[in-house]
Design a protein around this ligand. Structure first.
Ligand SMILES: NC(=O)c1ccc[n+]([C@@H]2O[C@H](COP(=O)([O-])OP(=O)(O)OC[C@H]3O[C@@H](n4cnc5c(N)ncnc54)[C@H](O)[C@@H]3O)[C@@H](O)[C@H]2O)c1
Length: 378
């Protein structure tokens, strides 16, 4: 893999954005894009034009170009960037079309349905020379940033745990899909722990099951034990049919490091307890509430702010596709472990995906780039 670089957008005019996808999450994105002074929503693409027009009407927006063809809408609206809020199965084709039209992309999670497609997208970003960033909205919380800073001030990290217990009745596709908790939800916590530790995973052992009273047809509960670089263990336990004593949507977190622990309920300020002798400030041990920076944008507005900053400065954002593929690999490895009953190495998942990506890539230039890596992500 060559070092990630992409063109900077100069000037001080708002960046002209075309959004693709005007469904449930697309409506949230329209609101965030129109509230931001850094961007201007100039086009909206959806296979369902009526859905796009209704979404714009509901938002009280006029003059946004609507259509079903991304390249046409982007050209007509003189777009400078794309926000992709389509269904996961459409992420790969929409991202490829945008990148090779010379447009940087901010794409909703997951990068793609499979790690193989994620690797192909990383190669497509390299060949096109454009930025592809994945929006993982649950990375952008001021209290999570404080948790991360607190943990960094302690010593070597031993164990991080997340308990995720919710009982939503979504109806629709989620109640029918396989591996629903791991694929649709746990990717948020898996991505957040990579952010928290600033390290990548090495292996996972996972068990999935469906409690007897579950209203999902796929497995709605799972426990996974990951090993991270440096030996830290991450233990995730969750259920999506967990009536009573529900956690927050971020889950309930604890991290134990040499010299102390940090707890975060996923919403409020984290709480730190240090043992006195290990506190570098020399202050006595005991529980303290973290200092939370109240200025940073959160959730998808946080992802948008990081994308804009990257396009203005050339600084590679944390959700850049080459890095983000590891969050999807955690999901794919956990699913593989639960179906085989064996511990799975993340490197093996990436290797199998790489072989698949080279075998199935339709574009010669992207396949050549993949082959030049010689191994997953080079
Ligand atoms: N960050 C979060 O917390 C969060 C929450 C919900 C959804 N999401 C993600 O947002 C994305 C969209 O989810 P949603 O719930 O809005 O789905 P949705 O099904 O409600 O909407 C998707 C829209 O995309 C359109 N579409 C599909 N294929 C297209 C294509 N090739 N070209 C143009 N339009 C196309 C559909 O017509 C539909 O209007 C998914 O990737 C999902 O995982 C993220």
């Amino acid at each position: 893999m060559s070092a990630v670089s992409f063109p900077v957008i100069g000037g001080n005019q708002p960046i002209r954005v075309v959004q693709v996808g005007a469904g449930g999450m697309g409506r949230n994105w329209i609101r965030v894009l129109t509230q931001s002074p850094d961007v201007e929503l100039v086009g909206l693409v959806d296979l369902n034009v009526a859905a796009a027009e209704t979404a714009l009407e509901e938002a009280g927006l006029h003059g946004v170009i609507v259509g079903t063809n991304l390249t046409e809408v982007a050209t007509a609206s003189k777009a400078q960037a794309v926000v992709n809020v389509t269904i996961p199965a459409a992420h790969h084709p929409v991202n490829v079309e945008a990148l090779f039209a010379g447009l940087p992309v901010l794409c909703e999670k997951p990068v793609a349905p499979t790690v193989a497609q994620g690797l192909a997208l990383a190669a497509a970003a390299e060949v096109s020379g454009q930025l592809l960033m994945i929006s993982q909205s649950r990375r952008y919380y001021r209290t999570l940033a404080a948790f991360r800073a607190d943990l960094a001030r302690l010593g070597e990290v031993g164990v991080v745990t997340t308990e995720f217990f919710k009982a939503p009745h979504f109806g629709g596709f989620r109640e029918e899909m396989e591996h629903v908790l791991l694929v649709d939800m746990a990717i948020h916590q898996f991505d957040a722990v990579r952010y928290l530790l600033d390290r990548d995973p090495v292996s996972v052992y996972c068990e999935e099951f469906n409690p007897g009273w579950s209203w999902y047809s796929g497995d709605a509960a799972a426990t996974a034990v990951f090993e991270f670089e440096g030996g830290t263990r991450y233990v995730y336990t969750g259920s999506w049919c967990a009536d009573g004593l529900e956690t927050s949507w971020n889950g309930s977190w604890r991290a134990n490091a040499a010299g102390g622990s940090v707890r975060w309920d996923g919403e409020g300020d984290p709480v730190v307890e240090r043992v006195a002798a290990s506190d570098p400030s020399g202050t006595p041990g005991g529980s303290v509430t973290s200092d939370v920076d109240s200025g940073e944008a959160e959730e998808i507005a946080g992802a948008l702010a990081e994308f804009v900053a990257a396009l203005r400065t050339g600084v590679v954002p944390s959700g850049e596709v080459h890095s983000n593929v590891y969050s999807l690999a955690m999901v794919e490895a956990a699913v593989l472990s639960s179906s085989t009953g064996a511990k799975v190495r993340i490197a093996d998942v990436l290797e199998a995906a790489y072989v698949d990506a080279v075998r199935t890539e339709a574009r010669t230039d992207v396949r050549d780039a993949l082959e030049q890596w010689g191994s997953p992500l080079g």
